[in-house]
Design a protein around this ligand. Structure first.
Ligand code: C5P
Length: 217
């Protein structure tokens, strides 16, 4: 059996999309499958961590040994993350909707006047956690970009005061697909990993998280 390098650590993972209701039967969503986040939760649990996985609406099975909290909206995800603290590390993989619909009405009927959606900003869960007194020692964000991937990720690490940003190039078939092509952006610089199955990206990232927590304690 592999050594349980993360035994005694609590790690928070967010994964999946969020759904933002338009009315009681409709929502705004995005193409996140949750696969990468679930794979990371599974890999961290295999290293012995206590993992809390805050999952948006996806149909994936709960990885072995992971505590899963299902949420629908970004605001529910923010509350669940808050309640799950403290954590030694947090890996924010979820593709959180940037906006929600203000004043969700009863079901909008065809034949009514064409509706106008008024959007309001969602909380930035990662940025909020970065400023929190309960900030995990290691805070990892993700960045899904279609162009100038590394440049945007380097800027995002600074702007959000995350420790690491894992930058995905989602210009191809990454969203929903089995493989991922990532760059790990840390204070020390940028590492570009070869294209790997999402499980392999997860295993490598979990090892790196174990290295970092060992170095810090
Ligand atoms: O700014 P952007 O959405 O590209 O940042 C992506 C990173 O921030 C991801 O780690 C994502 O999980 C996190 N995020 C968040 N809450 C939001 C938006 C993004 O935690 N409202």
């Amino acid at each position: 059996a592999p050594p349980k390098r993360l035994a005694g650590r609590h790690i928070l993972v967010t994964a999946g999309p969020t759904h933002e209701p338009i009315d009681p039967v409709r929502y705004i969503a995005n193409r996140s499958s949750g696969k990468q986040g679930f794979a990371i939760a599974a890999a961290l649990a295999r290293l012995g961590a206590r993992v809390t996985l805050v999952a948006g609406p996806v149909t994936l099975p709960t990885p072995h040994g992971v505590d899963r909290i299902d949420v629908e909206t970004a605001r529910e995800m923010a509350d669940a993350v808050d309640r799950a603290l403290p954590a030694d590390a947090a890996v924010m993989v979820a593709a959180v909707a940037d906006w929600h619909v203000e004043a969700v009405p009863q079901k909008i009927k065809k034949g009514d006047a064409t509706p106008t959606l008024i959007l309001a900003e969602n909380p930035d869960i990662l940025a909020t956690l970065a400023r929190s007194p309960d900030r995990p020692r290691l805070l990892v964000g993700f960045a899904a970009e279609t162009e100038r991937v590394i440049e945007h990720a380097v800027a995002k690490r600074i702007r959000k005061t995350a420790d690491w940003i894992v930058a995905n190039d989602v210009s191809g078939d990454v969203m929903g697909g089995a493989d991922n092509s990532v760059h790990l952006v840390t204070e020390a610089g940028v590492e570009s990993w070869e294209r790997l199955p999402k499980d392999a990206v997860a295993a490598r990232l979990a090892d790196r998280i174990a290295d970092a927590l060992e170095a810090a304690s």
